[in-house]
Each structure stands twice: as C-alpha cells, then as structure tokens.
Design a binder for this molecule. Sequence first.
Ligand SMILES: CC(C)(COP(=O)(O)OP(=O)(O)OC[C@H]1O[C@@H](n2cnc3c(N)ncnc32)[C@H](O)[C@@H]1OP(=O)(O)O)[C@@H](O)C(=O)NCCC(=O)NCCS
Length: 200
Amino acid sequence: MFTIHHVTQCDIPAREALLDEVMGEARFIKTAARLRDNRLPAEGLSFIARAKARVIGSVQLWHVAAGPQRPALLLGPLAVASDRRNRGIGTALVRQALDEARQHGHGIVLLVGDAPYYGRFGFSSQKTQALWLPGPHERDRLLGHELTAGALDGARGLVHATGRFVPKPELSALVAELSAGLIPAAVPRRREASFAPRAA
Ligand SMILES: CC(C)(COP(=O)(O)OP(=O)(O)OC[C@H]1O[C@@H](n2cnc3c(N)ncnc32)[C@H](O)[C@@H]1OP(=O)(O)O)[C@@H](O)C(=O)NCCC(=O)NCCS
C-alpha cells in the first residue's frame, strides 16, 4: 500500500536519502543533471510515494526548452526503493506527474531513460532526434512525450535549463554543508578543494 503526494520541505531529506540509495553519486554526474544544476524544480510538480511514514519513491519535473522558443519539462530522476519495485509505484509516480503537468498547461515532457520502460507512458525518441543535450548521452535515450498533439513537431536544437535559479542564500547553505561534509559532494574532488581555506 502506497500513496502519492506533492513533496513538502519536510520530505526533502528522506527524498534525497532515497535518491542516494538508489542512484548514488552517479545522479550528479549524468548529463541530465546539468539541466537541474542550481535550478528549482517546476513548482508543484515534485512527487513522492509514501508507505506509512517512509518515502519509497520520487519523481520531479524541471523547466527546460527543447531548442529555441519551445518550453518543455524534463522528468527525473525517477526512483523507487529497491525493496518496493514491481508494484506499480514508478508507474503511479510517472502518471501523476504527467497528469498534473497536463493540468498545468504544459505541452512537452522530455527525459533521458530507457525506452522499454517509458514507452508505456507514451515516450519515444521519434521526435527528439534533432535535439541534443549539454553533454554526452545516447541519442536513443533522449525521449519525448507530447501532452499537446504536435508540440514536438520540428523540434531542433539544444535542450537547455530555463527553471528559476536556487536563491543565493540556499546556495550558500549548500556550499557550507558541502564544505562541512554534511552531504555527499556533487562536484569532482578537484573542484571541492576550492572550498578549502587557502594557506596564508
Ligand atoms: C525504473 C524504476 C523507477 C521502476 O519502478 P517500479 O516501481 O519498479 O516500476 P513499476 O512497478 O511501475 O513497473 C515495473 C515494470 O517495469 C519494468 N521495468 C523496470 N525497469 C525497467 C527498465 N529499465 N527497462 C524496461 N522495463 C523496466 C519491470 O520489468 C516491470 O515490468 P512488468 O510490468 O512487465 O512486470 C525502478 O526500477 C528504479 O528506481 N530503478 C533504479 C533507478 C532508475 O533506473 N531510474 C530511471 C529509469 S530509466
């Protein structure tokens, strides 16, 4: 038994712990992560699955553009706790995210993922062949889903982030937490060193 909820501030630590457990640090290195760096997710479009008090699944949507002048959302990361898989939780999360995105008036959802899984929701690489991401990726894993018929017709160009930036105070807090080792580093070690105090 599980339920789907909008994420609240209180859910974020448990959600991040789940993503760490399911994906590890790789989640920060993926090309799709470049579209989320320093950005806030689309408002009202972050969801968790809960079983009793435990967060067992998560999905988010982010503002991007699919080439020039073509607003879209990026779905991800999608994760379900390893001991709760194959019970329809991932499906329920994706369906809820797509339904609410449609209700908010969005026309396109993109993601980087496995077509054999996401095909069931209507995602395919058919209309994403002339789109590219800001980093290496397998072309057949860039998938699109039209919430409005024809919204991806002729889509061409760089998929780039358009969401609101994380406000500066939150960024400073993040840097402070990184420096103190309270959360896993999302940056290569070489860059992490720049947070260390300089020798006199
Ligand atoms: C992918 C994931 C979110 C699916 O969650 P879930 O709750 O187990 O999914 P559901 O119960 O809704 O669906 C299960 C079905 O999807 C299939 N499936 C799961 N992952 C798949 C994949 N990568 N490719 C193809 N099919 C997949 C299962 O075999 C099962 O098939 P069935 O319905 O024919 O039995 C979960 O496996 C997960 O968190 N994986 C690790 C993180 C990840 O890879 N996320 C991104 C996916 S590209």
